[in-house]
Design a protein around this ligand. Structure first.
Ligand SMILES: Nc1nc2c(ncn2[C@@H]2O[C@H](COP(=O)(O)OP(=O)(O)OP(=O)(O)O)[C@@H](O)[C@H]2O)c(=O)[nH]1
Length: 320
C-alpha cells in the first residue's frame, strides 16, 4: 500500500494570519514540497496573488466556502493530486469563515481521499487583538478553536500581557487540549505545525458525535457578506489612502476584513492593501506581469456593507 499523504489544514478567523503562516512555510528551507489549496470567501481571489512565488502549485477555490458549496471541488482537486503524488504534503488554507469540521470530514467520508491521505493536523491561527470580539459575534471563530490541534496565538506584538492571558483563557475554555504557541507574524518553528500526526478522530467525535455521518449540518452567519470592486483605470494613491483610512476608522467595526491589489498611477508595481477591522497595512508587492492587464481589485467582507457607497467611494479615487 502506498503511504498516505499528510494534509495540514490552516484555519482561523478573517485576517488572523493564515496567509502569513502559509508564506512562512513555503519560504523556509525544509526540503519538502507542498501542494497548496487556497479557498476564499469573496468571489474575487486575492490570496493566490499574495502567496509567495514559490515552486509550489496553488489551487484556488473561490466563490464559496470550503465547508459548504465547494466541498465537491476540494474532493476533485485532491483526487487529481493523488494521481500525481509529486509532493510530500498538502496544505489547505480555508476561508476565515470556514467551519473546519466539514473540511476534516472530507478526509474520512470520501473513500478515495480517506485511503490516500491522512489529516495530519488542524492548525488554527488566532488574532490576539480581535479574538474576543470574534468569539462574541461569530460561532465559526469558536469552531475553529474547538477543532484545532495546534493554536498560534498570533499578533502578540499588538496586545499587552494581561490581554494575552485573557485571550488564552478564552481559548482554553473552548479547547483545553491544543498546544498554544504565541507568535508575531506566525514566526514559529515549522516542526511545531507540520508533521505532527496530531489529528485525533476520538477527540473530534467527543465534540461532534455525528462527525462521520457524512452531511454536516451547519449554518453561517448570513449577515456576513462580501463585496468585490474592480477597475482598470489607475488609482490616485493619496485619494485612495485617504478614503480607505477614513472608511476603516468609521466602519471598521462592521468591515471585518478588506484586502486588495491596486494599480496606483505612476507606479509599475502592484500595491497590496490589507485591513483587519480598523487596522490597515499596505506595501508594494512587485511588478505587474509584463503583458498582463493592470486590474485593481478590492474585497470587503463584513456586515451591513453598503455596496453603493463603497463603489462610489472607490470610483472617486481614480487618478485624473
Ligand atoms: N502586527 C501584526 N500584523 C500581523 C501579524 N500577522 C499577520 N499580520 C497582518 O495581518 C493582516 C492579515 O494577515 P493574513 O495573513 O493575510 O491573514 P489571513 O488569515 O490569511 O486573512 P484572510 O485569509 O483574509 O482571512 C496582514 O496585513 C498581515 O501583515 C502579526 O503577528 N502582527
Amino acid at each position: 500500500m502506498t503511504a498516505q499523504i499528510p494534509v495540514t489544514v490552516l484555519t482561523g478567523f478573517l485576517g488572523a494570519g493564515k496567509t502569513t503562516l502559509l508564506n512562512r512555510i513555503l519560504t523556509e528551507q525544509h526540503g519538502r514540497k507542498y501542494a497548496v489549496i487556497v479557498n476564499e470567501f469573496g468571489e474575487t481571489g486575492i490570496d493566490n496573488e499574495l502567496v509567495v512565488d514559490a515552486d509550489e502549485e496553488i489551487f484556488e477555490m473561490n466563490n464559496g466556502c470550503i465547508c459548504c458549496t465547494v466541498r465537491g471541488d476540494l474532493i476533485r482537486i485532491l483526487s487529481g493530486l493523488m494521481k500525481r503524488r509529486d509532493f510530500d504534503g498538502i496544505l489547505i488554507e480555508t476561508t476565515g469563515m470556514a467551519d473546519p469540521a466539514p473540511v476534516a470530514q472530507t478526509f474520512y467520508v470520501d473513500q478515495e481521499v480517506a485511503d490516500r491521505t491522512r489529516l495530519d493536523a488542524i492548525v488554527t491561527v488566532v488574532d490576539a487583538v480581535n479574538l474576543p470580539t470574534h468569539l462574541d459575534e461569530a460561532h465559526e471563530a469558536a469552531e475553529q478553536i474547538a477543532f484545532a490541534d495546534v493554536i498560534l496565538l498570533n499578533k502578540v506584538d499588538l496586545v499587552d500581557a494581561a490581554g494575552l492571558t485573557n485571550v488564552e483563557d478564552r481559548i482554553r475554555a473552548i479547547n483545553p487540549y491544543a498546544g498554544i504557541l504565541r507568535s508575531e507574524k506566525c514566526g514559529v518553528a515549522l516542526d511545531k505545525v507540520l508533521g505532527l500526526d496530531a489529528f485525533s478522530l476520538e477527540r473530534v467525535l467527543e465534540i461532534e458525535p455525528d462527525f462521520l455521518d457524512g452531511d454536516h449540518d451547519h449554518e453561517h452567519d448570513e449577515d456576513i457578506t462580501s463585496i468585490s470592486l474592480h477597475s482598470e483605470t489607475p488609482l490616485d494613491p493619496d485619494l485612495f489612502n485617504l478614503w480607505f483610512g477614513r472608511l476603516l476608522r468609521e466602519k471598521g467595526q462592521d468591515i471585518l476584513r478588506s484586502k486588495g491589489i491596486l494599480n496606483f498611477a505612476g507606479s509599475d508595481e502592484r500595491y497590496v492593501i490589507q485591513g483587519v477591522h480598523m487596522l490597515m497595512d499596505g506595501s508594494y508587492l512587485g511588478p505587474w506581469p509584463k503583458d498582463g492587464l493592470r486590474q485593481s481589485k478590492l474585497v470587503f467582507i463584513g456586515r451591513n456593507l453598503d455596496s453603493m457607497a463603497l463603489k462610489e467611494g472607490y470610483e472617486a479615487c481614480r487618478a485624473a
